[in-house]
Write a protein that binds this ligand. Structure first.
Ligand SMILES: C[S@@+](CC[C@H](N)C(=O)[O-])C[C@H]1O[C@@H](n2cnc3c(N)ncnc32)[C@H](O)[C@@H]1O
Length: 279
């Protein structure tokens, strides 16, 4: 079959399944099976190349049309300049969290040899971004889910081997670092328990532990605010992601805990999605 026809077949199936990035996903799946980049695939399609055995591609098309996340099919997710291993049992890092990582990096870069802690590591995306973009930093990360921790460990070993990642609880890990940390960063679960996301990729494939946190979604953020105050030096920064509708509530809870210079930052859609504050 002509590659251009194969790509169209995927696109049509994905459009029928109401996948917004139908063409891109189709191209990325074909490119993944062929072991080439999306750009190389597009060139081959333009010059009329074909593929004899399309079974592997068709199998992945069917899984994607059933709304399995693309990243679970390819086993990879891109985050800032990283390629992270992901799959079943770990939260797929999101583009908007690149903002959070950037805020942590900016805050940490004001210190000479900063210690940075990522509470709620998932795949390791945020902490590894800090460790690789700020080589003079010492990064620690904690993750509660055993399945997610396995991915974090693999990603840290490969991409940031000098960092420390542990299986544990964000609310009490790293007691030995109390009062010594320059930046605490976290993208915790923050969806209200009753607000099941509409996208099947999220609702069915992201782990519940990564998504939900009590009736208003802020249970863990409340605890992290208090834990970050114990971990940080005076003048240290906390950086937290939250949902846009939680902006006021998160700012208020940080102010009530005694944080200063509380600033909410907008994502690329101009929605407030990450707050920073100083101890
Ligand atoms: C929204 S995901 C974010 C993962 C990663 N930081 C990212 O941005 O892609 C939240 C992560 O927090 C983990 N988690 C939930 N509760 C936790 C806790 N009490 N302590 C540590 N990790 C926790 C979940 O398993 C999940 O991996």
């Amino acid at each position: 079959m002509l590659l251009s026809e194969l790509i169209d077949r995927g696109r049509i199936a994905f459009e029928a399944a109401e996948i917004e990035s139908a063409r891109a996903d189709s191209e990325l799946i074909v490119a993944f099976v062929l072991g080439i980049s999306r750009g190389e695939l597009q060139s081959k399609a333009i010059v009329g190349e074909s593929l004899d055995d399309t079974n592997a591609v068709e199998a992945l098309f069917a899984r994607r049309a059933a709304r399995e996340p693309l990243q679970h099919l390819t086993g990879e997710a891109y985050f800032r300049n990283l390629t992270l291993k992901v799959g079943k049992g770990v939260f797929v890092p999101r583009p908007e969290t690149e903002l959070l990582a950037g805020l942590a990096i900016e805050a940490a870069s004001k210190f000479e040899n900063p210690t940075v802690i990522d509470l709620c590591a998932g795949s390791g995306a945020v902490g590894i971004a800090v460790a690789t973009e700020l080589p003079n930093s010492k990064v620690y990360a904690v993750e509660k889910s055993e399945d997610a921790f396995a991915y974090a460990l693999e990603n840290y070993k490969r991409l940031a081997p000098d960092a420390t990642v542990i299986l544990g609880d964000a609310t009490d890990a790293f007691q030995e670092l109390n009062g010594t940390v320059q930046v605490v960063v976290s993208n915790p679960p923050y969806i209200p328990a009753a607000m099941v996301p509409i996208y099947p990729e999220v609702a069915l494939h992201d782990p519940a532990l990564a998504l939900y946190s009590g009736d208003d979604g802020l249970d863990l953020i409340r605890l992290i605010s208090k834990r970050a105050l114990q971990l940080l030096v005076e003048g240290g920064t906390v950086a937290l992601e939250h949902a846009d509708m939680q902006s006021d509530a998160v700012v208020q809870l940080l102010l009530a805990d005694g944080w200063r210079e509380v600033v909410d930052h907008k994502d690329f859609n101009s929605r407030p999605r990450a707050v920073t504050a100083i101890k």
